[in-house]
Design a protein around this ligand. Structure first.
Ligand SMILES: [Zn+2]
Length: 408
């Protein structure tokens, strides 16, 4: 099956230097999740780049603040920059959601802020792979698709969210809302380093338990004290029992804060942990377990305890429609000379949220590279046009009717 003409593949190949220029321009702007000014600057540039698609509608969507538990157990509301949304042909018979985030993991005072060519094909820089390379891959693929003779058959919504790197707490509902009424969704997280695409994903939840004990002098009143750190230590022992190698469920104790001078019985402690699992049903029972543990401590004399957080990302499981979408991508990639394999991942992304409303989604259509979330992060720039072709071919195949819409 040939869905991309040789003219079109040549056109995409010819975009490589322009794509690199755009990735660099985006990566030069710090857009850490909490740097709302930087994210707005990235959004301005993305809007300029997206103008070639001549969208019917360009919108910004205000985001609610993202709650975070601080070291004293207080809930802090972090402002989150507005998301960006473009709509094209909303009345076309086939509707697709395309999305990727604009935020990165590197704070504004992080030493990793600039670009560096490792060799002709390897560009090192903050967010070049995750996910600024993905932003440009998506936009270029859509630009290619707009030249397809069947473009009128397929419309799309593009969402660029701004809080993915903290788990999308502010955009989760907006994402689900937009994922509900489309035939399929495509997300531009980086491919696996060897080019593989992720099939299923574990679910994930971030939680915090804040503990209030009673301070006392360690010498005079030791027995009047209620030690918050001891309570947290007991909690971690209980939480570790959630981990099960057979089912793949894990509970990672990630952060403990509390205490001070050793002659004082500590009265405050914060415990943060992450739970991942393949089994969607287990989410409910594990959450009940967390609630019961917290309540038990809360009802212990002299102690108070509160549970924060939830399973933001339900597991992404294999459905018939997803299998079909995966096969289509494999088939088209083969025609383009790429051997795409699938693998499950313990990592989570916005693909989990999209899948939770029943929409088939492939979420690693971005470029190849490695070391995301790390100053060694790099993108292989020849993968920018390669991955662009996959999306352009897929959309063309659906618009022309060469492939059936998955699940229909
Ligand atoms: Zn990402």
């Amino acid at each position: 099956m040939q869905t991309l003409s040789s003219d079109m593949t040549a056109w995409i190949d010819a975009q490589q230097s322009e794509m690199i220029k755009h990735v660099c321009a985006l990566a030069e702007i710090n857009s850490h999740t909490l740097n709302t000014k930087g994210i707005c600057d990235v959004a301005k540039l993305v809007t300029e780049f997206a103008a070639v698609l001549n969208p019917d509608l360009t919108e910004t969507i205000e985001m609610p603040a993202a709650p975070n538990v601080d070291d004293l157990g207080n809930v802090i509301e972090n402002p989150i920059a507005p998301a960006l949304k473009f709509t094209k042909r909303p009345n076309a018979p086939i509707q697709v959601l395309l999305m990727i985030h604009m935020d990165t993991v590197y704070p504004i005072d992080h030493p990793f802020q600039s670009l560096n060519w490792i060799d002709d094909n390897t560009l090192n820089g903050p967010g070049v792979l995750d996910a600024k390379g993905g932003i440009i891959t998506m936009l270029t693929a859509l630009q290619a698709f707009e030249q397809s003779p069947h473009a009128s058959e397929l419309g799309y919504t593009i969402i660029f969210n701004t809080d993915e790197e903290i788990g999308s707490p502010s955009s989760v509902n907006m994402i689900k809302e937009h994922a509900k009424d489309v035939h399929l969704a495509l997300v531009y997280e980086p491919a696996m380093p060897n080019g593989d695409i992720v099939s299923t994903r574990k679910g994930s939840g971030n939680f915090a338990i804040t503990v209030q004990g009673q301070a006392a002098h360690a010498g005079r009143d030791f027995f009047k004290g209620k030690n918050a750190l001891n309570a947290v230590a007991s909690l971690t022992q209980e939480l570790n029992k959630i981990t099960n190698a057979d089912s793949g469920t894990t509970c990672n104790i990630g952060y403990i804060h509390g205490g001070g001078p050793v002659n004082v019985v500590p009265d405050k402690a914060v415990l943060k942990f992450n739970i991942r699992l393949f089994d969607a049903d287990a989410q409910v029972s594990i959450y009940q377990q967390l609630k019961a543990l917290t309540e038990e401590l809360d009802q212990t004399e002299g102690y108070g305890a509160q549970l924060h957080g939830s399973f933001y990302n339900p597991p992404k499981v294999l459905t018939p429609a997803l299998s079909q979408l995966m096969e289509h991508i494999q088939l088209l990639s083969k025609d383009l000379g790429m051997d795409i394999q699938y693998q499950p991942s313990g990592g989570v992304c916005d693909g989990n949220k999209i899948a939770s409303v029943g929409t088939p989604v492939i979420d690693t259509l971005g470029p190849r590279g490695n070391y995301m979330h790390n100053p060694n992060e790099f993108v292989l720039v020849d993968s920018l046009p390669q991955r662009t072709k996959i999306t352009a071919a897929l959309l063309s195949a659906y618009a022309s009717g060469q492939l059936p819409i998955p699940g229909h």
